[in-house]
Design a protein around this ligand. Structure first.
Ligand SMILES: [Zn+2]
Length: 470
């Protein structure tokens, strides 16, 4: 089985590292562009690899060497942050996923040297840039670009929301530059598929004696998930269908901020994969997983875990429970225990709840209007007395009621008020939460958010001390 390794790669983070390098690729010829791209990619990779643990958010994948390995008689892989795969046939080769743009030029050169031949198809697992970023390096005259029917729409909204998502990602991944890169080949949405596969269809073809099945598996990293199945080799190319680990509790709906993912669609897709009985799973991050029985048991466990959480949310909703009660109550039974470093059960509960019930929680009337609770926090702090609130917050914190303490501190620190004792209390809560998180689930997104809030709190403490000194 593959070792459990963590992926902390945001979709754009690595691409972003090259934003400081100014290079106009639009006018260059393809070979020159490839060479330039390889050079820029090397700079970006080295820069990220040289960053300290905290700055790069422990991204192990950046240390994966860019090298070619053969996985089967007809399958080659070039590794990297994201892997690219080549299936060799006597009538031309098929590519599955094209890696991160900054690494793809080198990946394309090495894999092309190892297994020469024309490229008949490029199949994309989904529209995230660490899987589609290198597509243009592979496309030749007559190459089909195969993607899910929803791929163009996913590209559209990700492009349209790029400024928003960029800054949101940057909060979690502080090594990203302030603005998205303005370099031709790195631009988002530059891939136009000419073959689209819709849910319910399977694209089957045979080429040079190898049979291919391109299967829609929506519900994982988005609605546009495609997987590739080689029925004779019994190899399943999963892209990000399982996330960066296998098995794990999936990211049913990412807090990074993307369109909602449908929980039951995901369990149905898992049923499709279980029925195939793969002997090898080849994900687009990390190592292949081999062993029919182990794979089957893990697939069933993942499906049952998502189904368990889903059904518990439905039962709780029908029993009149609030989303917060359900977040606290629902957990995986021992036989379905899975790593939650990527997906997290309590967040899945919330996302499934909102998937069915949407934004109005039938809680307070104020939910219906544009004035948030925070609009009166400062006022409440004045009435209660700021020192009082901080003292009560500290009592909560000392008793281990960290979130209650944090709630009280929100009032103290509202409107950008840099109250030193309040900020120091907040720093204590965040440190305690981070320590708990690391010891408990070690969810990468929770850790990254807490680190962001700690940085922000430290900056405000420095400002408060400056104000006091001034
Ligand atoms: Zn990925």
């Amino acid at each position: 089985m593959t070792p459990l390794r963590q992926l902390r790669t945001p979709v754009f983070a690595l691409l972003a590292l090259v934003a400081t390098v100014t290079l106009g690729c639009d006018d260059l010829q393809k070979s020159a562009e490839l060479k330039s791209a390889e050079m820029i990619g090397d700079i970006a990779t080295e820069r990220l690899a040289s960053l300290g643990e905290t700055e790069r958010a422990a991204n192990d994948l950046i240390n994966v060497p860019i090298e070619v390995r053969q996985l089967d008689d007809v399958v080659w892989q070039v590794r990297g942050v994201a892997n690219t795969h080549l299936i060799k046939t006597s009538e031309g080769n098929v590519i599955f996923d094209t890696g991160l743009a900054t690494q793809a030029a080198k990946q394309r050169r090495l894999l092309g040297e190892a297994v020469p031949g024309k490229i008949t198809h490029v199949i994309l697992s989904h529209s995230h840039q660490d899987h589609a970023g290198g597509t243009q390096f592979w496309v030749e005259e007559g190459t089909d670009i195969v993607a899910h029917q929803e791929y163009p729409e996913e590209q559209r909204y990700l492009k349209a929301l790029e400024p928003y998502l960029w800054h949101r990602n940057r909060t979690l991944f502080p090594f990203m530059p302030e603005e998205p890169p303005n370099i031709g080949f790195l631009e988002y949405g530059n891939v136009v598929p000419n073959v689209l596969v819709d849910d319910g269809d399977v694209l089957r073809f045979e080429q040079g004696g190898v049979r291919f099945e391109v299967i829609p598996t929506p519900g994982a990293e988005g609605v546009d998930n495609l997987s590739l199945w080689l029925p004779d080799q019994k190899i399943f190319f999963s892209g990000d269908f399982f996330g960066p680990l296998f098995p794990q509790f999936p990211n049913v709906f990412t807090m990074r901020g993307e369109k909602i993912r449908k929980p039951i669609e995901y369990t149905r897709s898992l049923d499709t994969v279980i029925a195939l009985e793969p002997e090898m799973i080849v994900p687009s991050h990390n190592d292949p997983i081999e062993g029919k029985e182990g794979i089957k048991a893990s697939l069933i466990k993942m499906r049952d875990a998502v189904q368990h959480v889903h059904d518990a949310v439905i039962a709780g909703m029908n029993a009149g429970k609030t989303v917060h009660e359900l977040m606290a109550e629902i957990s995986l039974p021992p036989e379905l225990e899975l790593s939650q470093v990527h997906g997290r059960v309590s967040w899945a509960v919330k996302s499934i709840w909102e998937y069915y019930a949407t934004w109005f929680h039938f809680d307070t009337t104020t939910e219906l209007y544009s004035v948030p609770a925070s609009a009166v926090w400062s006022e409440v702090a004045k009435l209660a007395g700021v020192e009082n609130l901080v003292a009560h917050a500290n009592a909560h914190i000392e008793a281990g009621r960290l979130i209650e303490g944090l709630h009280l501190l929100e009032f103290v620190l509202a409107d950008g008020n840099n109250h030193l004792a309040g900020l120091e209390a907040r720093k204590q809560v965040l440190e305690d939460l981070l320590e708990q998180s690391r010891e408990d689930l070690d969810n990468s997104y929770e850790n990254d958010w807490l680190r962001y809030r700690l940085r922000d709190t430290d900056a405000r403490i420095a400002a408060a001390e400056g104000e006091a000194a001034g």
